[in-house]
Structure formats: structure tokens, C-alpha cells
Design a protein around this ligand. Structure first.
Ligand SMILES: Cc1cc2nc3c(=O)[nH]c(=O)nc-3n(C[C@H](O)[C@H](O)[C@H](O)COP(=O)(O)O)c2cc1C
Length: 234
């Protein structure tokens, strides 16, 4: 296996509060598994614009946003492109994720072409939602984040038979929450994505002589992949 597997987590709260705490609990549990290293992008106090679809990043092919010079750091693209798994965490705003996290995801566009190659199709992802209410939209938020992970070609990991969509936290609007069930879900999810990521990485290494990126994307050859993408306007 490659020396270590890297799990990247992004907290989409505009402040340092319950979502940052939840993300750290999940990452600490993931780090219990030998060979797992974690990285954390905390979006608290960051001003990140939404992608405006100018496609300058595609035309320039320099892996950069052509429209904005804001708090979205180039380093984020590097961390995202090089991680083995991705955890997205958000406080619940109106039963969904924050605009901040959604904007962050939209700004991954400069490396969208890499996703099309199949290079990201062997990665796992998981979601965390933190709400002030007991039933304030944890499941709707987790579902929406999971769908976003799928747009990134990432395979969604839930909690299996214990909780389905991802880790749901009830903060009671406290930054330092004490939701026992939520903490358990965060820890189980962290360990689960860590074990799966490690197993996937070992499998990928084991099969390195017989399998290519386009296979992970569901194609037998690069030509077949390019042909089909052309037909659907990509
Ligand atoms: C604009 C706004 C909308 C919110 N909407 C919801 C909601 O729909 N459901 C819910 O349970 N909590 C809602 N909350 C409460 C937050 O999700 C909750 O306080 C959360 O713990 C904040 O996390 P943070 O400390 O990481 O910012 C909302 C808070 C704000 C500021």
C-alpha cells in the first residue's frame, strides 16, 4: 500500500463552533486506524464566492480560478486532488448545507476534467450535518451533501445499519455540544471511511498492472470513454 491514506475533511460553517468540533471528532476516530492521516480545511471566517461558470479555468488550463481572488486557496485544490477520501461537514441552514460549503464545492471546477478521467472514482466520501434542532433537517442536509459527493465521482459511505445518510448531530445550538448519539455516529463514520479507504487503496495497488483510471469510471478503454463523453456533450 502507498505509505499512508489521506482523508480530507472540510467544515462548511462560517464560524468556529459545533461543526468544527464534530469534524474533529470524526477525524480523530479515523486516525485510530494505522496508516491513516487526516487533513482539515476549516472555512470559518472565509469569504468564498460561488463559481460563475465563466469557464476561464477550462480555457486557461492552469488549474486556477480565472474569476476570483478570494479566500479559496490554491492549496485547497491540491489537498482535494491528492486525498484518498473526503468528508464534508455542514451546520444545517434552513434544512440544508450552508452556501459557504456549496460555494466551496462549486470552486473545485478547475480540476473537474481530472474527475472525468476516472481518477477520482475509487475514492470514498461521507457527510456530517449539525443542527440546532433534534429534527431540524439532518437527513435532508446529509442527502444533499451526499448527492454533491456523487457529482464529484466520489462513492458515498453512510453509517450502515445504524444510521444511513451520514453522521447527524443535535447541537441544541451549543458550540460545545454533548450529543451522545451524534458523537457515536461521528466516531463510527470516521473509522468506517478509514477502513474502507485503506482497503480500496490496497486493492488499487494490488491491481495496478491490470486496471486504469477509465476502468474505475466504467469504461473499457480511454477511446470508449472519450467517445461517450463527446456524445453527451462533455
Ligand atoms: C441561518 C441559520 C439557519 C439555521 N437553520 C437551521 C435548521 O434549518 N435546522 C436546524 O436544526 N438548525 C438550524 N440552525 C442552527 C444551526 O444549525 C446550529 O446552531 C448549528 O449547531 C450551528 O453550527 P456551528 O456552530 O458549526 O455554526 C440554523 C442557524 C442559522 C444561523
Amino acid at each position: 500500500m502507498k505509505e499512508e491514506c489521506r482523508i480530507l475533511a472540510v467544515s462548511g460553517s462560517p464560524r468556529n463552533g459545533a461543526t468544527v468540533k464534530a469534524t474533529r471528532i470524526c477525524l480523530e476516530a479515523a486516525e485510530e486506524i494505522p496508516g491513516i492521516k487526516t487533513e482539515f480545511i476549516n472555512l470559518a471566517n472565509k469569504q468564498i464566492n460561488c463559481c460563475i461558470n465563466c469557464n476561464g479555468c477550462f480555457r486557461n488550463k492552469d488549474g486556477r480560478c480565472a474569476a476570483f481572488n478570494d479566500d479559496f486557496l490554491e492549496e485547497y485544490l491540491y489537498l482535494y486532488a491528492s486525498c484518498d477520501a473526503l468528508i464534508l461537514a455542514s451546520p444545517i441552514y434552513e434544512m440544508s448545507l450552508t452556501g459557504l460549503l456549496s460555494n466551496f464545492i462549486s470552486r473545485l471546477r478547475p480540476i473537474a476534467e481530472k474527475a472525468r478521467s476516472g481518477a477520482f472514482d475509487m475514492r470514498f466520501g461521507a457527510s456530517i450535518a449539525v443542527g440546532g434542532m433534534r429534527n431540524g433537517g439532518q437527513d435532508t442536509t446529509l442527502s444533499t451533501i451526499n448527492r454533491k459527493l456523487q457529482t464529484l465521482s466520489i462513492n458515498v459511505v453512510g453509517g450502515g445499519v445504524q444510521f444511513y445518510n451520514g453522521a447527524a448531530v443535535w447541537s441544541k445550538n451549543q458550540k460545545d455540544f454533548d450529543d451522545e448519539k451524534g458523537i457515536l455516529e461521528l466516531q463510527v463514520l470516521g473509522r468506517k471511511i478509514a477502513y474502507l479507504t485503506k482497503a480500496m487503496r490496497c486493492g488499487v495497488d494490488y491491481m495496478k498492472d491490470e486496471i486504469r483510471d477509465y476502468n474505475y469510471a466504467g469504461f473499457n478503454s480511454r477511446e470508449q470513454m472519450n467517445d461517450i463523453y463527446k456524445k453527451i456533450g462533455l
